[in-house]
Design a protein around this ligand. Structure first.
Ligand code: EPZ
Length: 420
């Protein structure tokens, strides 16, 4: 198994390019199930989760060629609608095949994803919405068995909670359903917006893109003509590198970003004392005179993303004063706290609220990655810790960050990947 060894205390400088967004690419790959033609998706991030989704599509009967950052996928050959446990257990986002498979074939079996490190993560809202569209759902031997022999029908769906992959699943299901589907309390994340835009370009009538109310007119099982796609830049990868610049109080530039997706992150960093230069698709973070503490509460887009909570906790450790961080989306997304404690961090936890004391010295230690974003927070803390930190179990990082150690070392960090 690989681990990262980081020798802290180096300033960063220079520029790197941000990769395509994993969480936009995953539903886009799943959406090819709805397509009658071959689809080329470019700006795909070279991370394990993307390969897992391609393997899942292949296992269903699709064929693909993967070259550089583009995949040419032909899902018209799919002849099997069972998403097997062996692949689904590796990646929860496999559930994104449920909506399109059911809409296209009128029947599918998708392994239940199970719990994960950041919380229970149920899929009840996905299932309830599909039932409202006429599906019959049974859970048998760990599989969701969904049937709608005469196809899905348009319905009005009100999500009790805003759900990103839930919205994406129902948007894809509605695209092939009979009649009109209204989704109320839909997610507005840029990744959801890109999926809707791609389907719209494929001929699906969708109103309200980017709002909390979507109206989708389905094709009644006629497959779509999905055009070639370029995945939007990864706002969470960009946010993580902005935190790398901030925690080391350095000036760095990120290319291939979309600032409008980063507003809540930029505003929080400004509140903490950092300044920015914005160009069309680049952003430069500049050192703060004094790093100020800040309070954070995670919420759905356009609020502060839960996927940036751990990285800002690392940053709060070098701020002046005490920061209060409230995690409102996932009940268990504080696994990084006990690992940060091993580096000397002073953080107290009270249910979903972490109180982070800034300004204490951090010291290198052996720490364990627990989930994707928690792992990146450990890397950030290691950049400013005294001496060597070894971050173990970095397969979590490899699921979502492209060449993290190469990008950080090109900015001047002392970081290497080694074998246990
Ligand atoms: C997506 O997960 C992202 N994953 C997550 O990214 C991200 O943290 C999350 O949205 C929130 O922004 C992908 O896009 C592939 P949700 P998702 O359904 O869709 C509750 C990363 O590190 N809920 O929006 O699974 C749920 O428990 C990750 O890249 C139900 O109760 O999240 C949570 O409290 C991890 N029932 C809230 O809704 C349901 O049926 C929001 O979750 C569905 C969700």
């Amino acid at each position: 198994m690989d681990y990262l060894e980081i020798n802290g205390g180096k300033k960063l400088s220079g520029s790197i390019s941000i990769s395509g967004a994993k969480n936009a690419a995953l539903p886009l790959l799943a959406s090819t199930i709805l397509s009658k033609n071959e689809v080329t998706i470019c700006n795909l991030p070279d991370v394990v989760d993307i390969k897992t989704m391609l393997r899942l599509l292949e296992n269903l009967g699709a064929t693909y060629e993967y070259d550089g950052d583009c995949a040419k996928i032909d899902s018209s050959t799919i002849n099997n609608s069972k998403a097997i446990y062996d692949i689904v257990r590796k990646m929860r986002a496999s559930i994104l095949t449920l909506g399109p498979l059911l809409a296209r074939f009128g029947r599918c079996e998708v392994s239940l994803p199970g719990g994960c490190a950041i919380g229970q993560r149920p899929i009840d809202l996905h299932l309830k919405a599909l039932e409202a569209m006429g599906a019959n759902i049974e859970i048998k031997q760990g599989y969701v068995i969904a049937t709608a022999e005469d196809g899905l029908k348009g319905a009005t769906i009100i999500f009790d909670k805003i759900t990103v992959t839930g919205t994406e699943n129902i948007v894809m299901a509605a695209a092939l359903a009979k009649g009109e589907t209204k989704i109320i309390n839909a997610a507005k994340e840029p990744e959801v917006v890109q999926l809707c835009e791609v389907l719209k370009e494929a001929g699906v009538e969708i109103e309200g893109i980017g709002s909390e109310e979507l109206i989708i007119k389905g094709s009644d099982r006629e497959l779509l003509d999905i055009k070639d796609i370029s995945v939007i830049p990864d706002r969470i990868e960009a946010g993580t590198y902005l935190c790398a610049g901030a925690i080391t109080n350095s000036k760095i530039t990120l290319n291939n970003v979309n600032h409008s997706h980063l507003i809540s992150i930029i505003l929080k960093l400004q509140e903490m004392g950092f300044d920015f230069d914005l160009k069309e698709d680049a952003i430069t973070i500049k050192p703060a005179v004094k790093i100020r503490h800040a309070n954070i509460a995670t919420s759905e887009y356009p609020g502060f993303p839960t996927d940036m909570q751990a990285q800002f906790m690392a940053l709060a450790l070098v701020a002046n004063g005490t920061s209060v961080i409230e995690e409102r989306l996932f009940e268990n997304r504080f696994m990084h706290v006990s690992e940060l404690h091993r580096m000397g961090a002073v953080i107290t936890l009270n249910n979903n609220i972490a109180t982070v004391e800034g300004g204490n010295e951090l010291n290198g230690a052996d720490v364990m990655a627990t989930d994707l974003r928690a792992s990146s927070a450990l890397v950030l803390a290691a950049l400013v810790a005294n001496g060597i930190t070894r971050v173990h179990r970095i397969y979590h990082l490899d699921r979502g960050y492209v060449a993290l150690e190469q990008k950080l070392s090109s900015l001047g960090a002392d970081i290497k990947r080694l074998k246990e």
